[in-house]
Design a protein around this ligand. Structure first.
Ligand code: SF4
Length: 698
């Protein structure tokens, strides 16, 4: 029997370790890795079913141009020629890469290097923009760097865990299991859930605050005011380690009980209970996810949360801190190599001339991008209006996942040159590709990922690459070579790329930048093969690894102090007379993104067999909708038809529809077609949880 391989799960940002054991009958036995510090052997339903998703029947296995099978040489030559011609004729800003939190750090590194250092534009963005860009922007505003201060262990050590906009039980199930186990051992631990819906996570909550969409800034600004009035702030910490407290407190003055109640829709007594609990508990972790991030004011919400932790000095210590949990398996790895249009490699800033010069020196790059590129929604707007004339999409399905998804489809139809690298032969995006490039998938590819607690782990191949499928980094490097940049992209293995990435993180880094894994810049191939999970930072000579950031301040701002952010009220609700309800999109327990992998498992598909809309009984009665009726959900941008699920779990006025179903699975249920392409002005993250809609029986 073949050996058991240690790898990591393909799905969420918990980043669980997986043991994969190929069997003689061709199947693969899957188990949790008991030695992986993210999950200690646990797996959720999705991770456990990974072995059921490996069949090749739906795979893209050969390069194609215009629907015809071609050689790799023809396909790569065509991509290089068309990108080169477009750049020569229209400039570097006329091309773009749209990549994914599903690709590995090594893939991300090469894509980012090619676009930002050699093509000379920053038009590379990622579907992680839809997931955690507001957390990145909030971290940078507060800490001067995109740093998650804490670790998963902090959830177990806390006396109060606040879950804001996070259905942890379904979206980060193993972290939820760890929290539930800790609470069982220590029943005095309290959990507060802040979510418009009574989700499965409410099962663990002592208090559920069914907040109105986008009420979080008001709730946490009111908390900041309460902490001050209750004498629960930490004056020493504020004076020693922060700036801007007085301004933030002055801005919070307008968030009295009446205003917070009006903006959040919460009962005053419930708010007070939460505020008193937070004020009285030293060890508090606030976990936040898409319910906070996916908003026109997502960055403000993140900073409203961080403000409360700074005011109490509760971060960087065991059991304390704000904690962003990322949706995707490698959203963090992408951030580390600059996979966002407004970031440079190794957490450096594109707008900083010193950082640009440093990266240019390291790469010996001929043409550095000198300004931020287009963020995801802007990028596809630029495809639609002709500014982008060639785009390479990698491991993602924007025709089903971006806001205003029908407009994205039209933009790709009209785009002169579209390349798609994917594992799947048929998606709603790949049908628009001029060139299709077959990628290796989970179990076939090799590299690293970073989970939500800054832990870098290996994804390892345990199956051969099928037919002509190749790694994404290889495809990028081969195109770079054909564009004349061969010397800088002469990688033989993923280990070569990892070493370069580690060396860049340490290059001229005198401790002023957070991301440093310089200890690995010379890692031998065999050690890379056997790399055990580790948390960054791991600079040269760093022993033992620093577990938490900001234990004694030391923020990455110019003056070393964390910054409070003064926040304004959020203003008018999104819903209006014509579209009086609000749509909240999200995940179900057993599916992942647009179902290209989880849709292959009958076991996973059995949990929620079809798309649905959760509707509060009052709204359903008013609209004469019965449970299980088909309903038409309509926004200003599109419409979907799904099954009504009438439930008091839902908040009145708010409707939840899952994001997973695509035209491949349910022709009329592409919910992202309804989402307005409005974004947070700082982070560029779309507001996928507060979309004005109307509803009627179909
Ligand atoms: Fe995979 Fe996330 Fe489940 Fe862990 S919790 S097994 S990483 S989907």
């Amino acid at each position: 029997m073949a050996e058991t391989i240690r790898t990591t799960c393909a799905y969420c940002g918990v980043g669980c370790g997986v043991l994969a054991a190929p069997q003689p009958d061709g199947s693969v036995a899957i188990a949790g890795d008991p030695d992986h510090p993210a999950n200690f052997g646990r797996l959720c339903s999705k991770g456990s079913a990974l072995g059921e998703t490996l069949a090749l029947d739906d795979r893209l296995l050969h390069p194609e141009i215009g629907g015809r099978r071609v050689s790799w040489d023809d396909a790569l030559g065509t991509v290089a020629d068309r990108f080169r011609e477009t750049i020569d004729r229209y400039g570097p800003e006329s091309v773009a890469f749209y990549v994914s939190g599903q690709i590995l750090t090594e893939d991300y590194y090469v894509a980012n290097k090619l676009m930002k250092g050699f093509i000379g534009a920053a038009n590379i963005d990622t579907n992680s923009r839809l997931c955690m860009a507001s957390s990145v922007a909030g971290h940078k505003r507060a800490f001067g760097s995109d740093t998650v201060p804490g670790t998963y262990e902090d959830l177990e050590l806390a006396d109060l865990v606040v879950l804001a906009g996070s259905n942890l039980a379904w979206c980060h199930p193993v972290l939820y299991q760890r929290l539930a186990a800790a609470r069982e051992k220590r029943p005095s631990m309290k959990v507060v859930l802040i979510d418009p819906r009574r989700t499965a996570t409410a099962g663990i909550a002592d208090l559920h605050l069914a907040i109105a969409p986008d009420g979080d800034t008001a709730l946490f600004s009111g908390l900041l005011r309460h902490l001050f009035e209750a004498d629960a702030t930490d004056g020493d910490y504020i004076n020693t380690h922060t700036s801007g407290f007085d301004e933030a407190l002055a801005a919070a003055a307008c968030f009295d009980g009446a205003r917070v109640a009006a903006e959040t829709g919460l009962a005053r007594e419930d708010m007070k209970t939460f505020y008193r609990l937070f004020a009285a508990t030293e060890k508090v972790v606030t976990v936040y996810s898409q319910g906070v991030n996916q908003s026109v004011r997502g960055t403000d919400k993140v900073n409203a949360i961080i403000n409360c932790h700074l005011a109490t000095g509760r971060l960087g210590q065991p059991g304390m801190g704000p904690f962003s949990v990322t949706g995707q398996p490698n959203a963090m790895g992408g951030r580390e190599v600059g996979g966002l249009a407004n970031m440079l490699a190794a957490h450096m800033a594109l707008e900083d001339p010193g950082h640009r010069a440093l990266v240019q020196r390291f790469w010996n790059a001929p043409r550095m991008a000198d300004k931020p590129g287009l963020k995801a929604v802007e990028m596809f707007n630029a495809v639609a209006d002709g500014r982008i004339k060639a785009i390479w999409i990698m491991a993602t399905n924007p025709v089903d996942s971006l806001p205003d998804a029908d407009a994205v489809a039209q933009a790709l139809r009209d785009c002169p040159f579209v390349v798609v690298s994917d594992v799947v032969a048929k998606t709603d995006t790949i049908r628009h590709a001029d060139v299709k490039l077959p990628s290796t998938g989970w179990g076939e590819k090799d590299g690293t990922v970073t989970n939500s607690e800054r832990r870098i782990s290996r994804q390892r191949a345990f199956l051969p690459a099928p037919d002509e499928a190749r790694a994404d980094w290889w495809q990028l490097a081969e195109v770079a070579r054909r564009m004349g940049f061969g010397e800088a992209f002469a990688y033989g293995t993923a280990a070569d790329i990892f070493r370069e990435h580690a060396a860049l993180s340490a290059f001229e880094n005198d401790g002023k930048r957070d991301f440093d894994i310089g200890a690995y810049q010379d890692v031998p191939d065999a050690d890379y093969r056997d790399l055990r999970p580790f948390q960054w930072p791991q600079g040269r000579g760093a022993q033992p690894a620093q577990k938490r950031f900001f234990t004694n301040g030391g923020f990455f701002t110019a003056d070393g102090r964390a910054r409070f952010v003064a926040l304004r009220p959020s203003g008018a609700a999104m819903a209006d007379e014509a579209y009086p309800l609000t749509l909240n999109t999200g995940r179900v327990r057993d599916h992942w993104h647009t179902m290209t992998r989880t849709g292959k498992s009958p076991r996973l598909s059995a949990h929620m067999a079809e798309p649905f809309a959760e509707i509060h009984p009052e709204d359903a009665a008013r609209l004469s909708i019965d449970d299980a009726d088909l309903v038409r959900v309509e926004s200003r941008h599109g419409a979907a038809v799904v099954r009504a699920l009438v439930t008091a779990r839902q908040r009145p006025g708010s409707v939840f529809v899952p994001m997973h179903w695509t035209a491949e699975f349910a022709a009329l249920a592409r919910v992202c077609a309804l989402v307005a392409p409005v974004t947070d002005p700082l982070s560029g993250q779309p507001a996928s949880k507060n979309v004005p809609i109307r509803l009627e029986r179909f």
